[in-house]
Write a protein that binds this ligand. Structure first.
Ligand code: ADP
Length: 184
């Protein structure tokens, strides 16, 4: 199954995406993680994006789309994948449609939580880009750029809303139950 995880920073997308990918035996593809790997090994791309990521702004679509489409070309995606962090705005969603078509996504899991809780969780997480300024900016960027994707995919009838508050195990079970309604 081809699945997108949508939701604000701090909602637990990454944690849940890893668990669900394991349960369904499909790769977990996180653009944030891919960017962090590039920055850690100081590749050309890594150097180009480090200031953008530190601020909590979006990496330019051209770089992000090229990196993601290259990854989707690997043979391990034949039985599906979980996309975590891409698409993150409408232009990226359109780019995915143009490259692969609507078949690129069978289901979209929308993880939900209150904004106050997100900020607290992010500031306690302690990743390099989890500074007060970057966190506040990422939440603003999410509302402006990413939240419109919920409507975009709702109109296609492929979304499933799941509460992101609860135990990690409970939330994974709820996501898997919600996904059972969709056919690959
Ligand atoms: P979070 O869930 O905390 O936002 P991510 O790991 O998903 O963390 O993303 C970290 C950073 O990587 C983002 O703040 C952004 O700078 C960059 N990034 C990740 N995915 C994308 C994307 N699809 N488009 C542009 N930038 C992205």
């Amino acid at each position: 199954m081809k699945i997108l995880f949508l939701g604000p920073p701090g909602v637990g997308k990454g944690t849940q995406a890893v668990r669900v990918a394991e349960a369904l035996e499909i790769p977990h593809i996180s653009t944030g993680e891919m960017f962090r790997e590039h920055m850690d090994s100081a590749t050309g791309l890594g150097k180009q994006i480090s200031r953008i990521v530190a601020r909590g702004d979006l990496v330019p679509d051209s770089l992000t789309v090229a990196m993601l489409l290259e990854r989707l070309g690997h043979s391990d995606t034949a039985n599906g994948y979980i996309l975590d962090g891409f698409p993150r705005n409408l232009p990226q969603a359109h780019a995915l449609d143009e490259a692969i078509g609507e078949a690129a996504l069978d289901a979209v899991v929308v993880l939900q939580a209150e904004f106050d809780m997100l900020k607290e969780r992010l500031l306690n997480r302690g990743r390099a880009d989890d500074t007060e300024e970057s966190v506040s900016n990422r939440l603003v960027v999410y509302e402006r750029e990413t939240a419109p994707l919920v409507r975009f995919y709702e109109d296609r009838g492929v979304t499933a809303g799941v509460n992101g508050v609860g135990s990690v195990e409970e939330i994974t079970a709820n996501i898997l139950a919600a996904l059972a309604r969709f056919r690959p």
